[in-house]
Design a protein. Structure first.
Length: 555
């Protein structure tokens, strides 16, 4: 078996290009024409294919290496006679004819290269390529264009390249847009000419392309052609020509992203110099599919945490105000948790026909019991909180009024025979809702203990997804802070939520006299699609009865 060196083919005018991706490793079996590495200049990126089939024995390049024509990429043990250096008909970039040599007739690019007047700019000879896709348009009608300034970027499955203007002038009419496919000779743009002729380098490079195209078919591989076209598109320096805005990725990654419909400019590149790799595209796709991330297009359609622009709801646009006009400001991006919970709250606030009932519960005796229990249990380290009693009381009310422990599923109501209670926890990163499971089976002490542990985990940012899912009802307590009543937002797909505020001593009429009683304000928000107002009033009244005499929980 012969060992063959695979070398960088003729890459036109490029002195040195950088290796930005290694697509094979030692031990891999490669086919003839399979891409081995990706190289990149400031104007083009291209994949270098193998000239032979076989097994990779040695890699001679590393990421970041500079290579040029003739540099050895790797050593392959050829797979028998059949796979001797890729024969005619297949591609063979390593034997590409010297690109710059031939003095072929000047190609299509230029219409009469003279004087002023309309000038047609056409796609130069791009060899064997058919239907290359326009992936970026860098100019617009009205722009002044210089000779050699890049007009568009096109892409095949093996290379992306910029097509420059053969003339200077003012762009009158642009004939292509992103997504169009173009071929040799296609009209790209019409310029109003201002200078006399196409610049020599372009003409020379274009001639090189023509030479390549007129060479035997075997040499006109995508890579070689890409190199030649890149030579057309590779002036030493073109002010104003820019690849800015084009995501940094190899052609195959671009193609991969396009097939999946992934907006490449939204993908974070983790390759060298921030280049986007296939792994990055896959990670992005997984995140979008799992709901952990959104594309900009999705975010624009869905109401975002900050309100989106309301267009999806047919609302007038969100007011855009330059606050700095009125005084000093500081802008801070919202954290991840706030963004996620904001989007959920907005959906729930908009989509649920929610009503809130306010009521008071007399917790005088319960609070006395709580205080004495805590005294007795001082040594245990577990402090019983009012919220733990509320959870137990709510489970009793949910059992009596099962529609409060249900969810809507299309036209059906799903009643749950388990009682997992979520509680809103205020954390430095935003609101979180840990869930205590099977509260019907747990005592107040155990609930207090679990609540303390979960609240700590929430504040430390250590809650796992399983600890935040599966709730059948939620309680949001602001009792430790203050306030009288509020209107909590239902945590879909639940159908009700209880808001609790700070208890205060109030004079309560007992039929004969006013008595000082500790009253707890309750605010119950419920989904009117599932629950009626009368049921909500009964639920609150029942809850009040339990809280005023906790023995009822046992009934
Ligand atoms: N009335 C009067 N006092 C109350 C009370 C009430 N309803 N509820 C709690 N308190 C008291 C407690 O007894 C405690 O007092 P002591 O320290 O003297 O014993 C103090 O307030 C602090 O309680 P706490 O907040 O630490 O404990 P908790 O069990 O009441 O609440 C938790 C735990 C995690 C729910 C709470 O810390 C929290 O994060 N609350 C905010 C929830 C929230 O943000 N809701 C809004 C959601 S909508 O945006």
């Amino acid at each position: 078996m012969a060992l063959l060196e695979v070398k960088v083919p003729d890459i036109g005018d490029f002195d040195e290009v950088t290796v930005i991706e290694l697509m094979v490793k030692v031990g891999d079996t490669v086919k003839a024409d399979q891409s081995l590495i990706t190289v990149e200049s400031d104007k083009a990126s291209m994949e270098i294919p193998s000239s032979t089939a076989g097994v990779v024995k040695e890699l001679r390049v590393n990421l970041g290496d500079k290579v040029k024509e003739g540099s050895v990429v790797l050593v392959v043990e050829a797979a028998g006679a059949a796979a001797a250096p890729a024969a005619a008909g297949a591609s063979a970039p390593v034997v590409a004819a010297p690109v710059a040599a031939a003095a072929a007739p000047a190609p299509v690019a230029a219409a009469p290269a003279a004087a002023s007047g309309p000038i047609e700019i056409r796609v130069p000879d791009i060899g064997d390529f058919k239907d290359v896709v326009v992936i970026e348009v860098m100019v617009k009608a009205g722009d002044s264009v210089k000779v050699e300034q890049s007009l568009i970027t096109v892409e095949s499955d093996k290379a992306s390249m910029e097509i420059p203007s053969s003339h200077a002038g003012v762009l009158k009419d642009l004939k292509v847009k992103v997504g169009d496919t173009v071929n040799i000779g296609d009209l790209l743009a019409i310029l109003e000419g201002t200078v006399s002729a196409a610049a020599a380098p372009v003409a020379a490079a274009a001639a090189a392309v023509a030479a390549l195209a007129s060479a035997p078919a075997a040499v006109a591989t995508p890579t070689a052609v890409a190199a030649a076209v890149a030579a057309v598109a590779a002036p030493a320096h073109v002010p104003g020509a820019s690849t800015l805005g084009l995501p940094h990725a190899s052609p195959s990654v671009r193609k991969f992203a396009r097939e999946l419909g992934v907006p490449l400019d939204e993908v974070k590149g983790n390759g060298p110099k921030g280049r986007i790799t296939q792994d990055d595209v896959q990670t992005f796709t997984k995140a979008v599919m799992s709901g952990a991330a959104q594309t900009k297009a999705q975010a624009a359609k869905a109401p975002a945490a900050s309100g989106g622009d309301g267009a999806a709801l047919g609302l007038i646009p969100w007011p855009k105000v330059d606050f700095a006009k009125f005084g000093p400001i500081e802008r801070k991006e919202m954290g991840r948790i706030k963004k996620i919970s904001g989007a959920n709250l907005l959906r729930n606030a908009i989509m649920i026909p929610a009503v809130t009932n306010h009521d008071d519960a007399d917790i005088t005796d319960l609070e006395a019991f709580r205080v004495s229990t805590n005294k007795e249990n001082e040594k245990s380290g577990v402090k019983v909180t009012m919220l733990a009693f509320l959870i137990k009381a709510c489970v009793a009310a949910l059992k009596k009024y099962p529609e409060f422990n249900s969810s809507l599923d299309g036209d059906a109501i799903v009643y749950k025979n388990y009682w997992h209670i979520g509680f809103a926890a205020d954390t430095p990163n935003g609101l979180m809702v840990p869930v205590i499971r099977d509260c019907d089976k747990k005592g107040v002490l155990q609930i207090s203990q679990e609540m303390g542990e979960l609240a700590k985990k929430a504040r430390d940012g250590k809650l796992g997804p399983a600890e935040m899912t599966g709730a059948t009802f939620t309680i949001s307590s602001l009792g430790g802070i203050g306030g009288k009543y509020f209107t909590p937002i239902i945590n879909a797909p639940e159908v009700a939520i209880l808001g609790v505020c700070k208890s205060t001593m109030e004079p309560v009429w007992d039929g004969k006299a006013f008595q000082p009683r500790l009253m707890l304000p309750l605010s119950l928000t419920w989904d009117h699609r599932v629950i009626d107002g009368a049921a909500a009033a009964r639920f609150n009244a029942f809850l009040g009865q339990i809280l005023s005499d906790f023995r009822r929980v046992l009934l």
